[in-house]
Ligand binder design. Structure first.
Ligand code: ASP
Length: 358
């Protein structure tokens, strides 16, 4: 981890954490083919230097490179490091807000992770944590990174429309709660916001703000951040035409701890998976159902009665529900160690039952 700053860290500042991604990407032939590039090549200090002269007056910036990766390679350990860094920074008086530059491929996972582990702290500290990224590499003509970073810095530093402390994301001139962010298009500049309820970065709209407050009112307590080597192993399995029982049987021979079944329609799975999934649950493997359709909620006992112990994901997509299940399994383990008889289902339900803004 390196820190780049021309100011003392005790001076009030915004902290910019660099994780990599296309926003830090470089294309060898940007004019000819801007979409052929390598992510995570430019340091966060250089990204900040590009916008430094236009940030609102008086706002001091400190940048810190946590990683410089293509976010498709994001690991559990990266999330642990990011979460612990964000928590520590939220508690520092000099840090007035945090911006995270991140790859868009897995920004969905990181958004949910930060909401569930740092969301309450950000709210009670009245500080905004804002994820941003880009769809075009930093040297492409019309690169979107600088304007996204500038919008994120502006949003993190101002009190526009009383938007409370919390975990947000900014792309393409719009902001949303980070837990609503998901990449839904391969190339569009607003890809990570395509189906998120958003508000214009410069003008928070009241109905969106009341949705934010409803989510925050329902989120009472942050869950623990798993240690780098303590994340439970959870796999996403997609049900499809021609699904075979051998797929599940294969996993039963591994130490996997949870399955996130991305099912068809309401989140149902192929009948040929019923017996091996039942066997999985008997072996103590956690089971959550979601829908592979990309929209709509997956509800308990719809369309059929769920096997005992199986949870439905609510509005959580498969990547979000996978992180939620990992955090729920870890939280239950910690709670049990502390003598509290809470189950992973108790923790998972808290995340899956958060109100939808839409
Ligand atoms: N593959 C890149 C990443 O997620 C895509 C992006 O940042 O837009 O790091």
């Amino acid at each position: 981890m390196s820190t780049n700053s021309s100011i003392s860290e005790s001076t009030a500042h915004l902290l910019i954490l660099g994780m990599g991604g296309t926003i830090a990407g470089l294309a060898p032939k940007p004019e000819e083919n801007p979409l052929q590039y390598e992510a995570g090549k430019v340091g966060v200090d250089a990204l900040v230097a590009q916008v430094q002269s236009v940030v609102p007056e008086g706002v001091k910036l400190v940048s810190r490179q946590l990683e410089n990766i293509n976010s498709r390679n994001l690991t559990d350990a990266h999330l642990t490091d990011l979460g612990l860094t964000v928590r520590k920074a939220l508690l520092e008086a000099a840090v007035k807000g945090i911006v995270i530059t991140h790859g868009t491929d897995t920004i969905e996972e990181t958004g949910l992770f930060l909401q569930v582990t740092c969301g309450k702290l950000a709210q009670t500290q009245s500080k905004r944590v804002i994820l941003t990224g880009a769809m075009l590499p930093s040297n492409a003509p019309g690169a979107d990174g600088p304007s996204n970073l500038l919008d994120a810095l502006r949003w993190a530093s101002t009190s526009i429309d009383n938007c409370p402390g919390g975990i947000y994301a900014v792309m393409d001139g719009r902001g949303c709660m980070a837990l609503d962010l998901a990449k839904r298009h391969a190339t569009a500049l607003n890809a990570p916001l395509q189906d998120a309820p958003t508000s214009s970065v410069g003008l928070i709209n009241p109905s969106w703000l009341s949705g934010v407050k409803a989510v925050q009112a329902a989120w009472n307590e942050d869950l623990p951040i798993p240690g780098a080597g303590d994340w439970p192993w959870v796999e996403i399995l997609t049900s499809h035409a021609g699904a075979r029982p051998e797929t599940i049987a294969h996993w039963l021979k591994t130490p996997v701890q949870g399955f996130l079944v991305a099912g068809t329609g309401h989140g149902g799975f192929h009948d040929d998976w019923a017996q091996p999934l039942h066997q999985a649950m008997t072996q103590g493997i956690a089971l959550v159902r979601t829908t592979r359709t990309g929209a709509g909620a997956t509800l308990r006992n719809i369309p059929e009665v769920d096997p005992a112990g199986c949870c439905a994901s609510g509005a959580l997509t498969a990547p979000r529900a996978r992180i939620a299940l990992q955090l729920a399994l870890n939280a239950a383990k910690q709670a049990n160690k502390a003598g509290k008889p809470l189950t992973w289902q108790d923790f998972f339900a808290r995340i899956a039952d958060l109100p939808e803004i839409r």
